[in-house]
Design a binder for this molecule. Structure first.
Ligand code: SAM
Length: 220
């Protein structure tokens, strides 16, 4: 019942603020046809990622967790012609679908790198920093991915981490004991509390996907 309220509200706002986009719509359809799970960001969140890229004048964007490239397309649309987007995905199958979706959406400056993000992130050089990093892969990897993102982002660059609220389950100590995803987010929050090199805040979100949130961090 609450999801119905969130969905109606999300759709109402979107009807004013989001415009039909063939590339994005095709990406969702083509992903579903090929059996990819429906675990993308919501459209309103995709737009937020695009607006963030535009607001900070991002030229280099890094994504951890591609799936079918839906969020990748949103961010790619916020990059200039000479921008560059690297997106990391463990599944060869997902990467293939993502490349097809990106091509169809006219995003030419995105590169899908296949491998375990634990290793592919470690192989990226600190000397070529990113303006924006979006983390949305396996939640258990979040503490590690955040440390790598911090290493790879420029001063005042932005790191956004998805699914940090999880319907309030992350904040529920008893629930979190049996939830490895929740525990990983709790570890990340504890790390941030002690980290003097970043400032961060959680933006809780209620939309068509339910009740969850983005962690939004800036490297100082
Ligand atoms: N960002 C996508 C979007 O909004 O359209 C959704 C990403 S989906 C939630 C998470 C993706 O991370 C899946 O495609 C999964 O295969 C990938 N993944 C899981 N573990 C990974 C790992 N260790 N390294 C790289 N990718 C991983």
């Amino acid at each position: 019942e609450v999801l119905e309220t969130f969905t109606k509200s999300d759709q109402y706002h979107n009807s004013f603020l989001l415009h039909p986009d063939e590339g994005l719509e095709h990406a969702l359809e083509h992903s579903a046809e090929n059996g990819l799970p429906d675990i993308t960001v919501a459209a309103s969140q995709g737009k937020f990622l695009r607006l963030t890229a535009l607001a900070i004048g991002a030229k280099r964007v890094l994504e951890v967790g591609t799936l079918g490239g839906y969020s990748t397309i949103w961010m790619g649309q916020g990059l200039p012609e000479d921008g560059e987007l690297i997106t990391l995905e463990i599944s060869e199958v997902n990467a293939k679908i993502a490349r097809e979706n990106l091509a169809r959406a006219g995003i030419r400056n995105a590169r899908v790198v296949v491998g375990n993000a634990k290793e592919t992130l470690a192989s990226l050089p600190t000397e070529e920093p990113f303006d924006l990093v979006f983390i949305d892969a396996d939640k258990e990897g979040y503490p590690n991915y955040f440390l790598e993102a911090k290493r790879l982002v420029r001063k005042h660059g932005v790191i956004i981490v998805d699914n940090v609220v999880r319907s309030g389950q992350v904040a529920d100590e008893t629930f979190a004991r049996g939830c490895s995803k929740c525990r990983a987010v709790r570890t990340l929050l504890q790390m941030l509390k002690e980290d003097k090199e970043v400032e961060a805040t959680t933006i809780a979100i209620a939309n068509v996907k339910g009740y969850d949130g983005f962690l939004y961090a800036i490297k100082l």
